[in-house]
Design a protein around this ligand. Structure first.
Ligand code: UD1
Ligand code: MG
Length: 449
């Protein structure tokens, strides 16, 4: 079969979102809805995409191109219906012989398996395939109509339906595929707008194809994956369904989630085998957790990598560019940004490691801060292998702590420390014997005794 093309409709403004952001750019699991649709098409082997946007939607085009760089973008000036929207992309399929699948940019839960089933039907001889679903409440959807031989004969839009037709519950998801671009062009050319909404309905293509004696078929999906998002509350429903999928996938790959409902993944989170995730963890995009790592409760991770067997948290924040090697430990109230923590190194308590490298088996004491920013620029801190940084030290970057070096607690280190040296920068301690006793006496006795 020649390469399939996905025509993704995204010209709708999405007024019900009450947002300055075009609807399809609202996010689900860290990626715009539109990106999910394009990714699903890509994983189903539909590598070509045509995106239909409305005027002033440059951001939509940009977001689409960032996922599908070869996509062609088409403008639909005025929204005159789904057939008109598909027509706007005609230059991408025009007289082509390959299949065309029409997708909606606001249907982010569509699974590649279902798209593959649609392509399979085309392969097996269908000319037009509609993804249908059984709706608990069919209000607002187009109803699928069948002839007495159970062949799909048309789709009736809600506003044009008779009472009997309205009682039907098998609905059109909106997703439709056509054997060839040329065939689609021919059908669209014959679609008019004599209907309740005065719109050009793509759904009219079904009756036309059926009357031409073409093979029209339905692929059934569950209602969940064709859920269209029109409002913020529908977005939250889609998010929770997406999270459920991502949690299940992580567990199927061999991760333990103690309380799955409290762990939030991004679309691209990679979780290895025997990873252990405690409750209340948030994975923003770009996170890779390697085999056997433990993420304890209340951590926030973004664009970072956690090596095999490493331990993170509880209450740790890994920001972009944090890379923990195998067996590294990052403990409670520790923030790591743009920094590597090498094998077996420990950063266990109340610390900020930013723009830094921590050498293998180094030990970073509680309250250590890499002072990486002077208000103008960022500088690096390099901590050598096996170095020991005492608690409550400030490492003023740019600065290097040598391999095996010691930094005394409470030091402010602003010069490089050679390998195996001890660096101390704190006032010398003095003791005044009997001073306290005398002070108490002068102030009228010891209140604690
Ligand atoms: C459409 C289907 C209906 C189906 C339902 C599923 C038609 C005529 N009806 O109805 O059978 O049950 O979806 O949700 O196709 N769009 C454009 N330009 C336009 C019009 C629409 O880009 O001129 C885009 C919208 O942004 C949206 C999609 O196409 O992503 C569907 O349009 P919408 O107006 O929501 O169609 P429905 O009335 O819901
Ligand atoms: Mg709709």
């Amino acid at each position: 079969m020649t390469q399939a093309l996905a025509v993704v409709l995204a010209a709708g403004k999405g007024t019900r979102m009450k947002s300055d952001l075009p609807k399809v750019l609202h996010q689900l699991a860290g990626a715009p809805m539109l990106a999910h649709v394009l990714m699903a098409a890509g994983s189903a082997g539909v590598s070509r995409a045509a995106l239909v946007v409305g005027s002033g939607m440059d951001a939509v085009a940009e977001a689409g191109l960032s996922v599908a760089p070869d996509a062609q973008v088409f403008l639909q000036q005025e929204q005159m219906g789904t057939a008109d929207a598909v027509k706007a992309a005609a230059p991408a399929y025009g007289s082509a012989s390959g299949p065309v699948i029409v997708l909606y940019g606001d249907t982010p839960l569509l699974r590649p398996e279902t798209l593959r089933a649609v392509l399979g039907e085309l392969d097996a001889g269908a000319d037009l395939v509609v993804i249908g679903f059984e709706a608990a409440d069919p209000t607002g959807y187009g109803r699928l109509l069948f002839d007495d031989k159970s062949r799909l004969s048309g789709i009736r839009e809600e506003k044009d339906a008779t009472t009997a037709e309205r009682a039907l519950t098998l609905c059109n998801s909106g997703i439709m595929a056509f054997r060839s671009g040329a065939g689609l062009s021919g059908l669209i050319a014959r679609i008019g707008n004599e209907n309740a909404k005065r719109e050009f309905y793509l759904t009219d293509a079904v009756a036309l194809a059926y009357q031409d004696g073409l093979q029209t078929r339905v692929v059934l999906s569950n209602g969940e994956e064709v859920l269209g998002v029109n409002s913020r509350s529908e977005l939250s429903v889609a998010e929770s369904l997406m999270q459920r999928r991502l949690r299940t996938a992580a567990m199927e790959q061999g991760a333990t989630l103690v309380a799955p409902d409290t762990v939030f993944f991004s679309f691209d989170t990679v979780v290895g085998r025997d990873v252990f995730i405690e409750p209340n963890v948030f994975f923003a995009p770009g996170v890779v957790i390697e085999d056997g790592a433990t993420i304890r409760g209340f951590c926030h991770l973004e664009k970072c990598q956690v090596g095999a067997g490493a331990k993170v948290g509880p209450f740790a924040r890994l920001r972009p560019g944090a890379q923990l090697a195998a067996g590294a430990q990052v403990g409670n109230f520790v923030e790591v940004k743009n920094a590597t923590v090498a094998e077996g190194a420990k950063v266990n308590h109340l610390t900020y490691i930013g723009d830094a490298s921590v050498g293998p088996k180094a030990n970073i004491g509680a309250g250590t801060i890499t002072c990486n920013y002077d208000g103008f620029a960022k500088y690096r801190t390099e901590i050598g292998a096996g170095a020991f940084v005492g608690s409550n030290s400030s490492l003023v970057a740019p600065v290097k702590i040598g391999d095996g070096a010691y930094v005394g607690s409470g030091s402010v280190i602003s010069k490089d420390v050679p390998n195996d040296a001890l660096a101390l920068s704190r006032p010398k301690q003095e003791e005044r014997l009997g001073w306290a006793e005398k002070a108490r006496h002068e102030r009228g006795g010891d209140k604690s005794k």
